[in-house]
Design a protein around this ligand. Structure first.
Ligand code: PLP
Length: 434
């Protein structure tokens, strides 16, 4: 895709997008697929599928090791993908872009290495020299976590808190599904609080958190912020420097790329002071029986052979998203979401969970008299794929005294017909149960 190519107008030329996603033509039990589980994973455009296949057929060398042509070719493609990620989120340098297996691994990495550094186990290759580290502390360390986090942004903090004897505390959520900002800001003022774990966009409620303001407030209080961008990255333009995020993490597979690759963005000054997470090949400088020195960033945090073809696929997925533009994607998805609400709100007993003022295109709903699971199972018989369950956010479900919701989540490749089919089928299914 060349840069001069005119951007596709999703509102006018949507059919041009659909042909790039062959899976959307699938037939499920004689019904055309209506895929509305994009918050769980997204489908890949042909350009990504073909780039991955081409790599397997024509390059398939390991990266940064071989002197032979295939390896050189792989390394070039791999490095290009890293540069595309850097540009996508406007990181200051490629040293700040670390490839992981996904959001979950990115958070586990930060949770381990950052808490280690705070407890004084700084990286042996820390370049901070004689200057006093921003990280080291002898006092109590508390980690503030919001109550709308995915389990991936809760459990790693609990594991490491147990390991090092740290505290965790939870920021409450309002009835509408927004963070209680006053409670959050009061928590940030506590001396013991050093880390805030917060999602950009809630995968259960669709709430878009005002992370720029929150990060500003956190920094006034010397609190390091890790943003879970698993949902944020695909719905909005992210500029990590403008946000001043300390860490921003996401998964390739929710951004139209293959599974097996994720991104950890971290500020260089912090990453340098953090000890490695996984040990092995690629992350070392010199290995001796008695001690080992580590590689420079970003390689210090990339032990072992990476998911090369998935990383390359991610690069192509970013090209694809850029060819439409994230601003336009956000507007179009918002249009579909509002359309869906218009068509479903009159259904008797339909209740939306998550009514934040600023929301992404994620529609979570419940009925008092029908289980979410039953709704999802029946919808599937008509080819409509939605998610039901707790969406890996049990603390949030408890907050609303429910055990699960049904969730329809939209991507830019969905169209008005998908919304129509979803709403009409939902009405039909509800009638069957009543
Ligand atoms: C999906 C998701 C995760 C976990 O992502 P993985 O790809 O499973 O590692 C974490 N947080 C949020 C908000 C998510 O939507």
């Amino acid at each position: 895709m060349t840069e001069i190519q005119k951007k596709i107008d999703l509102f006018k030329d949507h059919q041009k997008i659909r042909v790039d996603f062959p899976i959307l033509d699938s037939i499920i039990d004689d019904n055309k697929l209506t895929y509305l589980d994009n918050a769980a994973t997204t489908h890949k455009p042909l350009s990504v599928i073909e780039a991955v296949a081409k790599f397997q057929k024509e390059a398939n060398g390991t990266v940064r090791r071989g002197v032979y042509d295939l390896s050189v070719k792989s390394t070039q493609e791999f490095d290009r993908a890293r540069a595309k990620v850097k540009d996508l989120i406007n990181a200051a340098s490629i040293e700040e872009i670390i490839f992981t297996r996904g959001t979950t691994e990115s958070i586990n990495l930060v949770a381990f290495s950052l808490t280690e550094a705070l407890k004084g186990n700084l990286s042996p290759v820390s370049t901070s020299g004689g200057r006093k580290s921003k990280l080291q502390t002898n006092g109590e360390v508390e980690i503030a976590i919001t109550s709308m986090e995915h389990h991936a942004n809760i459990v790693p903090w609990q594991i490491n808190s147990q390991r090092l004897g740290l505290k965790t505390s939870f920021i409450p959520v309002t009835d509408k599904g927004e963070l209680e900002l006053e409670a959050l800001y009061n928590t940030l003022k506590k001396d013991s609080v050093r880390i805030l774990a917060i999602t950009h966009v809630s995968n259960s409620l669709g709430t878009v958190n005002p992370i720029k303001e929150i990060i500003k407030e956190a920094h006034k209080n010397n609190v390091i912020v890790i943003v879970d961008g698993a949902q944020g990255i695909s719905h909005t333009k992210v500029d990590v420097q403008e946000l001043d995020a300390d860490f921003y993490v996401f998964s390739g597979h929710k951004l139209y790329a293959p599974t097996g690759v994720g991104v950890l963005y971290g500020k260089k000054s912090l990453l340098e002071e953090m000890p490695p997470y996984h040990g092995g090949g690629e992350m070392i400088n010199i290995v001796k029986p008695e001690s080992t020195s580590y590689a420079e960033l970003p390689f210090k945090f990339e032990a072992g052979t990476p998911a090369i073809s998935s990383v390359i696929g991610l690069g192509y997925a970013i090209d694809y998203v850029n060819s439409i533009g994230l601003d336009q994607i956000g507007k179009y998805e918002d249009y579909l979401y509002k359309n869906a609400i218009e068509k479903t709100k009159e259904i008797e007993g339909f209740r939306i969970i998550g009514q934040a003022t600023n929301k992404a295109a994620i529609l979570s709903f419940v009925f008092k008299d029908i289980e979410a699971f039953d709704i999802g199972t029946m919808l599937n018989q008509y080819g409509v794929s939605i998610r039901t369950g707790h969406h890996c956010t049990q603390p949030l479900m408890n907050r609303y005294n429910i055990s699960s919701t049904a969730r329809a989540s939209f991507a830019f490749y969905n169209n008005e017909q998908d919304v129509e089919v979803f709403a009409e089928t939902l009405k039909k299914v509800v009638k069957i149960f009543r």
